[in-house]
Design a protein around this ligand. Structure first.
Ligand SMILES: O=C(O)CCC(=O)C(=O)O
Ligand SMILES: [Fe+2]
Length: 272
């Protein structure tokens, strides 16, 4: 059961949230993930390291890689962010222009994949431990910091444009957003999970975890089931970084057998 002060908590942009989804964010009992018979935790060895995978959704695949980063990697990356200015985040409209919106309240900045040893180290780990995705085909990393009242309303990461003329540079060169990896460096004391309403699931991660899902179906059209949002923060500070992986030449797309959603097996080496 959710305490009243959380249920009734007011924040800028709370109009973007409906009570059912807030409940999925805040009430662990609402989360159907653990009621699925197929809910599994699996492990594999990659480069002599044990990778622990929690399968949150089998199809479409949504998996958490637990403790993928060491404490040193997390601390070094947080130190890197302290040297950078995190700006109030804008939101991209369909025609590519940016504006401030209450749909997302967070501060952020972009981090280059090779921006010093801390960034290089996390990118190297991600690529080594999740070899089925090509992380070179990706945008710059976006670091996000949410304070109390911060949130990111339900959205798709896949970019929908009215016409090809509106495509951003990444879409022109690398294709649309194939999948998303969220890397977790600090969790809020209360709130701040990542909710997937259409899957009935909420990812509650810890610093050092990362999680991945597909934004597209096997035919590269948008997968409506992986819409998601960053739940409101009630106490503390959440720091994550988003790695948007683009479509072109992703090895998985040579392998998928069906135009429906892409299953979790494609995120585990040797499964497909
Ligand atoms: O804050 C979150 O948990 C979600 C962030 C997100 O959806 C994004 O960066 O695209
Ligand atoms: Fe997102």
């Amino acid at each position: 059961d959710v305490p009243d002060e959380i249920k009734n908590f007011k924040f800028e942009g709370d109009n973007f949230w409906v009570p059912e989804i807030r409940a999925l964010c805040d009430d662990i009992e609402q989360d159907v993930t653990w009621q699925y018979e197929e809910s599994v935790c699996i492990t594999y060895i990659q480069q002599f390291q044990l990778v622990k995978v929690e399968v949150v959704s089998t199809n479409p695949g949504l998996v958490v890689y637990r403790d993928i980063f060491t404490k040193k990697q997390v601390d070094d990356y947080l130190l890197l962010l302290e040297t950078k200015t995190l700006e109030t985040q804008q939101v991209l409209t369909e025609n590519g222009s940016e504006y401030y919106s209450n749909v997302r309240r967070a501060n952020g900045t972009s981090v280059l994949q090779d921006e010093g040893p801390a960034a290089i180290s996390i990118v190297r780990t991600v690529q080594a431990m999740i070899p089925t995705i090509d992380f070179k085909v990706a945008e710059n990393i976006v670091a996000l910091s949410y304070e109390v009242g911060g949130h990111y309303g339900i959205h798709h990461d896949y970019l929908e444009y009215d016409s090809e003329e509106d495509w951003d540079q990444y879409t022109k060169e690398l294709g649309n957003r194939f999948g998303t990896l969220i890397m977790v460096f600090k969790t809020a004391e209360k709130g701040g999970a990542t909710v997937f309403p259409a899957l009935g699931s909420t990812v509650r991660s810890n610093a050092g975890d990362a999680f991945f899902w597909f934004n597209v179906l096997g035919n590269t059209n948008i997968d409506d089931y992986t819409e998601h949002g960053g739940c409101p923060i009630y106490a503390g500070n959440k720091i994550i970084s988003t790695f948007w992986v683009r479509m072109n030449d992703q090895p998985i797309l040579d392998k998928v057998m069906s135009p429906s959603s892409i299953a979790y097996e494609y995120l585990v080496p040797g499964k497909v």
